[in-house]
Structures are given as C-alpha cells and as structure tokens.
Design a protein around this ligand. Structure first.
Ligand SMILES: Nc1nc2c(ncn2[C@@H]2O[C@H](COP(=O)(O)OP(=O)(O)OP(=O)(O)O)[C@@H](O)[C@H]2O)c(=O)[nH]1
Ligand SMILES: [Mg+2]
Length: 316
C-alpha cells in the first residue's frame, strides 16, 4: 500500500458482510433488465424495446462494499391472456415474494398508468410486509418538474420505504440506489463467489441471446410465439464452444419469416448472437440454429422447464 492511500482506504473491509435478494418488478418494458445489467456491470439479461422480453427470473450478482446484492430480474407484470403469460406473471410475483427487498420500477414519462395502479393494488398482498422501494426510471425522458408530482402521487398510493429517480440506461441515480440497497440486505455470508455475476446456466444465457436477436429483428406477435433452446453444447479441443440451438415457432408461415429470404434473417441472427456470446465468454463460438415448427409448444411442459418457468403456474 502506498503512503497516500494509508489513511483512507477506498473500500475498507470492516464490519459484517451482508447479502440478500433484491427483486426488480414492474410493467413490461419498465427497464428492469437494463437496471439489472447496469448493477451487475455486464449483460446478463436480454433487453429489447418490446414488451415481455424477459420470461423467467434471472439472477445477477453485484458487490457494493461488504454487501452482496443478488438482483432478481423478473418478467413484466401485466394482465395475462395465455398460459405463457400466466406462468410469467406468476414467476414475477414469486420472485418478489422471495426477496428481501423489492424495487418497483415505473417509467417517468408514462407515469401512474392503469398497469401501475393494478400492480399497486396487488402489491401489499403479494409481498407481505417486505420493504418496497420505488424507482422512477427513464428520467432522461422527462423534465425534472414532472418527477416530484409523480413521486408524490405514487407515495400517496403505496407506503414506499424510499423513492429513487434513475435512468437505468444512462446510469443516473443508480449508484445511490445500489448504495442504499447495500444497507438494506440482511447481515450474513455472501451467497455467491465474489467474482460470479450471474446465476443462470450458460446454455440458457446462450438461448436468451439468440432470442434477443430474433426479437429485435422480427415484427408484431412473432417474438412472443417463438422460443429458443440450446440443444447441444460441446467443448472443443481448441478451446472453442460448439453450440446448437433450436428455434421453435408455432406456425408454418413463421418458419419462412425467421429464415428470411434465402436464409438471410436466420443467418444475421445467428451471427449477431454468436458475436455477443464470444464477447461474453471471451472465446470462439460456433453457433448453429435449426428452426422447427411446433404448433403446440406453448402448451408443452418441457418448453416451460427449459425457460425456467413452472408449467402449472400457467393453468387458467
Ligand atoms: N430512455 C431510456 N430508456 C430506457 C431506460 N431504461 C431502459 N430503457 C429502454 O426501455 C426498453 C425496455 O427495457 P428492458 O430493460 O428490456 O425492460 P424490462 O422492464 O426488462 O422489460 P420486460 O422484460 O419486457 O418486462 C429498452 O429499449 C431499453 O433500452 C432509461 O433509463 N431511459
Ligand atoms: Mg426484461
């Protein structure tokens, strides 16, 4: 240690360690996955401009001084129509109920929407006395004056323990939120090794990356009617990974759309996904996509297992 550092070390390893779960909940598209990735400092959860991107609970691990904060990204909360929707919403609520602290994200420019009101109405019954903080996200999109009124309106509707104004994308306010959460998680030993950033099998991260690229490229309902699974993962002697994935689509016509003219769409998707995987893993990846028509995949228990969802949660 140099002399100048002697008096005030940057992060003193003193006092007890803390560790706990922080669930990020909110309407679809609120920015939950963006916030998780920022807190963790790596892209663990996929992000798109479309609603209902995240389908299952995804854990990302962040360190703040002596605290280990395990962020739980959840699917958006909305009024479900299909089995998959119901399973997603159930996963989101149970993620909240299992946490030590809950953070409700809302969008600054959309304010207290009907969807937000519905969440507030259900929240108390779902989280049973857990502390809930409010994070007004996307503040980069509004004027500061609007925020105060929104914060007041929200705090009149629910007893939030704390309110933060943030931009998950630009990073505004995120350090404050993280520091505060570090004081809220309970005392106890860390739950993960200090250098672990995600708790999600690599084959699932790989499938999610491909699903993100598909979602970004395909229009309308199609992204909601497909799922991606990693079928084969082989470590090669040269240090590269050989990955084969299946894209399940529900209709014949969708297969052609995913393939694109002369296979161009599938090729572009696979290339974009491969590049990101290579960056994430720091080594070479060979990625192969096969598109399969499976009219009933949305009603198959195995597909839900692969997504990390509970099939029976989808029962009407
Ligand atoms: N302007 C702005 N956009 C943001 C901010 N945070 C997130 N976004 C954008 O909002 C969109 C949705 O972000 P996600 O992180 O996927 O939202 P989500 O809440 O995880 O959505 P679901 O998984 O569908 O529930 C993306 O286009 C993000 O880039 C922000 O602070 N400011
Ligand atoms: Mg998400």
């Amino acid at each position: 240690m140099s002399e100048t550092e002697g008096d005030s070390p940057q992060s003193p390893i003193t006092g007890p360690t803390r560790a706990g779960f922080v669930a990020l909940i909110g309407e679809p598209n609120a920015g939950k996955s963006t916030l998780l990735n920022r807190m963790v400092g790596a892209k663990v959860s996929i992000v798109t401009h479309k609603v209902q991107t995240t389908r299952a609970r995804i854990r990302g691990v962040a360190m703040a001084g002596q605290s280990q904060i395990v962020f739980v990204d959840t699917p958006g909360l909305f009024r479900p129509r299909r089995r998959l929707d119901r399973a997603m919403v159930a996963a989101a609520w149970s993620g909240a109920a299992d946490a030590d602290v809950v953070v409700l994200l809302i969008e600054a420019h959309r304010g207290m929407t009907e969807g937000v009101k519905a969440i507030l109405g259900a929240l108390g019954g779902r989280v049973h006395g857990l502390p809930v903080a409010l994070a007004i996200n996307k503040i980069d999109r509004v004027k500061a004056e609007a925020l105060l009124a929104l914060s007041q309106e929200m705090n009149e509707a629910y007893p939030f323990v704390q309110t933060f104004m943030i931009s998950a994308e630009k990073g505004f306010g995120c350090a404050d939120l993280k520091d505060w959460l570090a004081t809220q998680v309970p005392e106890g030993p860390w739950l993960y090794p200090e250098d672990q950033i995600a708790d999600l099998p690599m084959r699932m991260i790989a499938a999610e990356m491909t699903r993100e690229k598909l979602t970004l490229r395909l229009h309308q309902e199609l992204p909601y009617e497909l799922t991606v699974e990693t079928e084969k993962w082989e470590e090669r002697p040269d240090g590269s990974a050989w990955i084969e994935q299946i894209v399940y689509v529900a209709r014949d016509g969708h297969k052609g759309i995913v393939l694109g003219k002369g296979g161009t769409t599938a090729k572009a998707v696979s290339q974009a996904s491969r590049l990101e995987l290579e960056e994430f893993m720091g080594r070479k990846v060979h990625l192969f996509l096969t598109i399969k028509v499976r009219p009933n995949w949305l009603d198959e228990a195995e597909r839900y297992d692969e997504m990390g969802l509970n099939f029976r949660d989808g029962n009407a």
